[in-house]
Design a binder for this molecule. Structure first.
Ligand code: SF4
Length: 89
């Protein structure tokens, strides 16, 4: 099973929080929007990547899991607790 990192460019507002939390995989362009050079998340960074996805204020940072190439990816849109936190704002 591989996990890939992706940003939804429509909902991303360029807060840059993701690059602060996961600098190993995300850097910012000149306008503060995230760039992901290597979307495959190594197992040792998976917990931090999930925390970064949870912290994204617009749920634009996505983790997709695919068990094999034929399977549809499952998208991580943050934990239930993170979504509830955002909805209270
Ligand atoms: S934290 Fe979310 S909204 Fe902010 S730059 Fe990263 S992906 Fe975009």
């Amino acid at each position: 099973m591989s996990v890939r990192l992706r940003v939804n460019p429509i909902t991303c507002e360029g807060h840059g929080l993701c690059a602060e939390l996961l600098p190993e995989l995300i850097r910012l362009d000149d306008w503060g929007y995230p760039l992901i050079d290597q979307p495959d998340v190594p197992p040792e960074l998976l917990a931090i990547a999930r925390r970064a996805a949870d912290a994204c204020p617009t749920l634009a940072l996505l983790l997709e899991e695919a068990r094999d190439m034929a399977a549809e990816p499952t998208t991580w849109r943050g934990s239930r607790a993170a979504r509830a936190r955002r909805e209270r704002r």
